[in-house]
Structure formats: C-alpha cells, structure tokens
Design a protein around this ligand. Sequence first.
Ligand SMILES: [Zn+2]
Length: 319
Amino acid sequence: MNMKKGKLVISIDYEMLWGLTDSNISASRYIELKQVPEVVTHLLNLFKKYEIHATWASVGALTYNNLDEMKKEMTNICRNLLLNQRSNYYLLCEKKLNGNEQTLFDPESFSKIEQTPFQQIECHSFLHIFSDFTSVELFKTDTCLHINRLKKLGFKTPEFYVFPRNQSTLPFLNILKKFGFNSFRGYDSVLYSDEKIFKRILRRIDSIFPLVERNSKIIYREDCELFEFKGSRFLRTFKNTNSLSAKLHYAKLRLGLKKSIQQGKMYHLWFHPHNFTINQANLLLFEDFLKSIQEYVKIDKLVSLNTNEALTSFKINSK
Ligand SMILES: [Zn+2]
C-alpha cells in the first residue's frame, strides 16, 4: 500500500432506541426512529455504489425480533442485569413502550450489512451499557451475551469495540482483551469524554469551527495490549440541510479529509444512523461527500478502509 495515501475509516454506532433509553422520547421521535432500518438500507446502497468500506459497531440486542424473544433467551442471566438499576434491560422492562417496541429491534439489517461488500459487523455492547453505572461483572456478562448471540446467528466473532458514550476504562479494556478483541475506538479529546452540557455546546461549535485540531491515528496501548483508534470526527445531521451550520460542517469535514490526504494520514468519521431520521435530506449531503471520496480514491490519493483493514495496514506499515 502506498504510504503517502490518505486513509478514510468510517465507524457507525448502530443502536436505535438502545442508545436513547435515558432520554425522554417524544411520540414524533418514536415515529422517526421507526425509519432507522430504511436509513441503514439507504446507507448500505450508498456504500455499495461508492465502494465505501465501513465498520458497524452494533448493539447485539438489535438482533432479536421482539422483547419476548429476547427475554426468553436471557432468562438465566437477566437477574444479574436487573440488579443493576441503570442497565438498559431494567429500564426497558419498566418503560411503557406503547407499541414502539420495533424501535429496539432490527435483525434484518445485520444480514444486509453482512451481505454488502467491505462492511464489517463489530460491537457496541449487547445492551448499550453505560460504563458509569456498570460493574465489572455486568460488563463481562454483557460482552459474553454479545459474543454468544452473534455466534449463534453465524456472524463472525467481534474484534473491535465502541464503548457507549465512548466511556472506556482500563478494567473494561482488560476484559475485552480476554474476550479476544484487538482494538477499540477511544474518545477524541476531553470534549467527548462525557455528556456534560458545556461539553455538548463546545462539541457543537467544534463541529463547525476547528476548535480542537486532532489527527486520527491508531496507537498500541501497552497497558491493555489493545490498539486504540484515536481522534475520530463526528458526522452531524441537521433539521435544515440548507442551513449555514450544515454548510460549515461539511466544509470542515472536506478540509479535514483534504489535510489527511496531503499528509498521508488517517481520517476517521463516525455517526449514528438514527440521526439521519430527523431529516432524510441529510443522506443527500452525505452522498455528495461520498462522491468526493470516490473521486480521491479513483486518482489514487485515498483508500477507504473498515477498522479491520485499517488495523492490518497499520501493523504492516509499523514493521
Ligand atoms: Zn451508542
């Protein structure tokens, strides 16, 4: 591989309602969330059309057809999970879903992702656990459930982990190593370390202006013997896709990508499919961005990689 080429890595946090259980969801937001499988299909078609390689860090519980099926399979271990008052399983047993259960499950998309070229299914935990409220025992159980569920369905064993809300801690990283993971996505800067309101505001500003300049890179973490994907950029979506914020955001993404190409570095972009449901016109903006990626690839200035391919390339070039 040409060392001078830029590398584009895309990782997607696929979670649907599991990632939003601690927020108040309005009736209209539930309606939007029901469009997520449609958005996933659209994204996969775009990735196929523009030959984009991507990693889908997915919540394992999405693979069930409904809550009853999931509860049945979890009978033996759900007691432990229920003991943790803040676990998503507990919240969902308490929550009144009022006919919105389908916002929790999307087994068909897993097969679609697997059948699309250069797409990789990886792990965003089984229940979208929040590390702040998770014991080591619960983390182990959750990871074990995820691996077993994917194995049962015939998917490959995951090797890359994205922590919900990017909350990685050393004890959990050590557990991942024991379960056979080789890498994870770390958070970009202190701006992304938690959900405090002032950090959320700064993140919004950072999505438009270069508040914190970061390079995406892979580093080897001696302490946990895992590779960390550092310095990713979050792809935002907009209610009004013609707004100045939308224009500035995409201008910033293009500039960052161009810089990575000039310096022969990695550019790592991540996003949530559910964010596209606020206005599906965002898919048009994203498609435009993918078109420029394909053009760079065609003139041999850029290569599109999923996290597995990026890690292999990193290991080869580090020798
Ligand atoms: Zn998440």
